[in-house]
Write a protein that binds this ligand. Structure first.
Ligand SMILES: Cc1cc2nc3c(=O)[nH]c(=O)nc-3n(C[C@H](O)[C@H](O)[C@H](O)COP(=O)(O)OP(=O)(O)OC[C@H]3O[C@@H](n4cnc5c(N)ncnc54)[C@H](O)[C@@H]3O)c2cc1C
Length: 451
């Protein structure tokens, strides 16, 4: 039986990054992946002849981002789309008020100013919050101080609730008061017209990736690790486990001996949210061509409040909306037909009969996916930013963890997955790995293969 230097569990962005770095350093590496594909929560569906990103879509802020530098070095095209973080303004947004009426320029400017002011108060309330305070607590205190009328307070409350649902996949009352601290966006946001999964696929090209290998056991000892997948044992000096937090929470992977409190504590305390996507394609555009997003308050926006125009990717009129938090979980139980009917009814409440019958749709159910058990991690009440990084271990110097949930600075992102994979590789090699050289080596290998 081959003994590997390092086993990587999971072929998502974090797993591909660490495996590639270790293999480039001369290590014998095997990647064990439960799915029949690479990419994990970066999942591009190309069955219709154009890419549909069912998992991640955005780089949330390209300024000073090593992830952006990597996409540039690999020559991956992007489209500017700076609304991926539930901004209230900054780009053209078609806003509808609580009565389903389109806001004019003056009403939109007032709405943006009111939310900005409430946000300013919210930052103060977060700074003075006590341990155990929820995001709902601090929101209510900020709104109390805002001096706005009751109707406007209701609308801003709704906006804050939806922001938490989209950014964290969680109910506002379950999120810690500090749960959006790491949410600042530096610079433009971008999406990927060729599909985001190009990134992990190109990083992972040529690696020894064993697909359809679901890991069920990881045992460690002074002499290394034994990882069990599909009844087969793989041995190595070390292992990097990159499965999502949701999977770790289920206990479906048996760790022997059991994980110490330093790692099992964060697994228990951190939250795994649900955030699902619904793409609806139409024969023609009925919304304003210049709008980045359509946003509805009140009854029309109760389930489906934000619609992102992603037509530029397919060349066909396409809106993307999200079902997140408690509604995201409930939606997963509905049939595709019911989901599409409900979402189109919400659009008709705004645009009336101008909304034609859709021609195609794509719906995700990440909370029911046994290789993810949710969409991304968040700071549930009772957890702390430290929990994210503590989750990385290592345990007994042989068991490392990587993945978005192990990166406290900007969890729940592709960047977090990339940086945590980089960190695990550096820890195992005991030396820095230069990111520019990493990207150059990928390009060089591709050029050699092309010749
Ligand atoms: C709908 C959605 C939208 C998102 N949008 C964005 C966005 O716009 N921008 C952004 O930055 N981030 C976004 N994210 C988050 C981003 O996709 C993730 O943070 C990132 O892709 C996680 O990478 P990872 O390597 O940590 O985990 P994963 O990509 O989940 O990789 C882990 C791998 O482990 C495998 N695995 C699980 N269990 C086992 C097992 N028992 N044995 C073997 N293999 C196993 C999984 O199949 C998977 O391939 C989004 C996520 C979702 C779900």
């Amino acid at each position: 039986m081959t003994r590997f230097d390092t086993i990587v569990v999971g072929a998502g962005m974090s797993g591909m990054t660490s495996a590639r770095m270790l293999a480039d350093a001369g290590q014998r590496v095997v990647v064990l992946e439960g799915r029949d594909r690479i990419g994990g929560r970066m999942n591009t569906d190309r069955a219709s002849g154009f890419p549909v990103d069912l998992g991640a879509s955005w780089i949330h802020g390209i300024d000073g981002s090593p992830l952006w530098d990597l996409t540039q070095a690999l020559g991956i095209p992007t489209l500017e789309y700076t609304v991926g973080s539930f901004q209230v303004g900054g780009r053209p947004i078609e806003n509808f008020d609580g009565d389903g009426a389109a806001m004019d320029a003056a009403a939109t400017a007032q709405w943006i100013a009111d939310v900005d002011e409430a946000d300013r108060l919210l930052v103060e309330e977060i700074a003075s919050s006590a341990p155990g305070d929820t995001y709902l607590d601090v929101t209510e205190r900020a709104l109390d101080r805002s001096g706005l009328d009751a109707e406007r307070i209701d609308e801003i409350r709704e906006f804050f609730r939806h922001r938490v649902e989209e950014q964290c996949g969680a109910w506002i009352g379950d999120l810690d008061a500090h749960g959006l601290d790491e949410d600042a966006i530096d610079g433009d946001e971008v999406i990927f017209p060729r599909g985001y999964d190009e990134l992990p696929r190109r990083i992972g090209a040529g690696l020894d990736v064993r697909l359809n290998h679901t890991v069920t056991g990881v045992s460690r000892s002074a002499s290394g690790v034994v990882v069990t997948a599909e009844g087969e044992d793989f041995t190595a000096d070390r292992v990097i486990v990159t499965v999502p937090l949701g999977v770790l929470k289920t206990g479906r992977i048996a760790f022997t001996p059991p994980l110490p409190d330093e790692v099992s504590g964060p697994i228990e305390r951190l939250g795994m949210g649900v955030f699902n996507k619904v793409f609806v394609q139409f024969p023609e555009r009925f919304w304003n061509e210049d709008s980045y997003v359509i946003r509805a308050l009140g009854e029309a926006g109760e389930h489906w409040h934000s619609w992102y125009d992603v037509s530029a990717v397919s060349g066909l009129p396409t809106l993307l909306t999200f079902a997140a938090g408690p509604f995201g979980r409930r939606m997963q139980e509905l049939s595709d037909e019911d989901v599409v009917a409900d979402s189109v009814a919400a659009l008709r409440a705004l645009y009336g009969t101008r909304v034609p019958a859709p021609t195609a749709h794509w719906i995700t159910r990440w909370g029911q996916d046994r290789f993810s058990d949710g969409s991304y991690s968040h700071l549930a009440v009772g957890s702390s930013h430290h929990d994210h990084d503590a989750l990385a271990g290592p345990v007994d110097d042989v068991l490392h963890f990587a993945g978005e949930a192990t990166w406290g600075e900007e969890p729940a992102t592709v960047g977090a997955a990339f940086y945590s994979g980089h960190r695990a590789a550096e820890r195992i090699l005991g030396r820095p790995v230069d990111l520019a050289a990493f990207a150059a080596a990928i390009r060089e290998r591709e050029q050699t293969a092309d010749r």
